[in-house]
Write a protein that binds this ligand. Structure first.
Ligand SMILES: [Mn+2]
Length: 323
């Protein structure tokens, strides 16, 4: 990353007094860890920081220091806005939506470079990893609370250091976060391993409906499944991570019916297959190995359309890899 880019981020953050931090809908550990990591460190140099996530945060991440400060709506005036871990502005869920954002920090290869200053590193395993790398250059201190938030982001986005985008630097930066006081085994347990009983009940119909054909695996979670399980959130309760543990699958695909008349799609792919292209075709985005989209329509319609495209896409990808 160029020095002038780092300097302009440093300058922009230090010049502002009131700073708005945003991340994406259905926030995962990286969205929450990034917003808290950057937010807490900015507070410590005297900035007024507003941290906003359109969907709020789940109980699972309430153990993180500062998590209670996260709001669902933008309430104050601010000098600059920083968007974290979001490949496009729509991902913020309509927060400050008519604004040209000041800083965009992300690791999605499909990032639209929508801000005035864009720090996008698709080689980073998590946005929190980018922050861990550059915050010292921006004159921001990584104390125990900040390190805890950032390491949580890295653990969750790499599913515990097992995704194909892990690099030596990920472990070096994570080791530094541990030296700064983050407790790896505890964070691993709290953010990744431990599940609520409602989450596991929600998985159950999803697991029962799994179908497999020619290296493609898919299943669905309906609003009815969610209600029966009393699962409180509109995400997939990490079922998609469990799907990636099933052997001999090239692509897994999860359809989650949403209350607003859309269906949330998640694709997961084996190394060598880039599902971010497929997600982009449906107005979404992501990484080569993990991508998603929100598509309007009924579950039946969306499922038919997306399954079809994914089958063709996988057949093409297999053909290319054979020739
Ligand atoms: Mn991320």
């Amino acid at each position: 990353m160029s020095n002038s880019l780092q300097q302009s981020i440093r300058h922009t953050l230090h010049e502002a007094q009131n700073i708005l931090l945003l991340s994406h809908i259905r926030p995962d550990g990286d969205a929450i860890g990034s917003i808290l990591g950057l937010g807490l460190s900015l507070q410590k140099i005297g900035k007024n920081v507003e941290m906003v996530l359109a969907d709020g945060i789940s109980n699972r991440h309430r153990f993180l220091p500062g998590s209670r400060e996260i709001k669902r709506k933008v309430s104050k005036n601010f000098d600059i806005s920083v968007v974290l871990d979001a490949s496009d502005v729509r991902r913020t869920g309509g927060l400050a939506k008519d604004r040209l954002h000041d800083i965009n920090i992300d690791h999605h290869v499909t990032n639209e470079n929508f801000a005035r200053i864009n720090l996008v590193d698709p080689h980073a395993s998590a946005t929190a990893e980018i922050l861990a790398e550059y915050m010292p250059e921006w004159g921001l201190l990584i104390d125990q609370d900040v390190a805890t938030a950032l390491l949580t982001g890295i653990i969750v986005d790499t599913i515990g250091f097992r995704t194909s985008n892990i690099r030596p630097k990920t472990l070096q930066l994570s080791a530094r976060l541990m030296e700064n006081g983050a407790n790896l085994p505890e964070l691993y347990q709290l953010s990744l391993v431990q599940k609520s009983i409602a989450a596991v009940r929600y998985w159950s119909p999803g697991l029962a409906k799994i179908q497999v054909e020619d290296g493609l695996l898919w299943t669905t979670l309906t609003l009815c499944d969610r209600e029966n399980a009393s699962y409180p959130l509109n995400d997939d309760a990490d079922l998609v991570n469990l799907l990636t543990t099933i052997e001999n699958i090239k692509i897994s695909l999860l359809f989650v019916e949403q209350k607003n008349g859309t269906v949330k799609i998640s694709w997961r792919a084996q190394p060598g297959i880039d599902v971010s292209q497929l997600a982009t075709q449906f107005g979404g985005g992501g990484h080569p190995a993990a991508a998603g989209a929100d598509i309007p329509g009924t579950l039946g319609e969306v499922k038919a359309k997306v399954l079809n495209s994914t089958i063709t896409f996988l057949a093409d990808a297999m053909h290319v890899s054979k020739t």
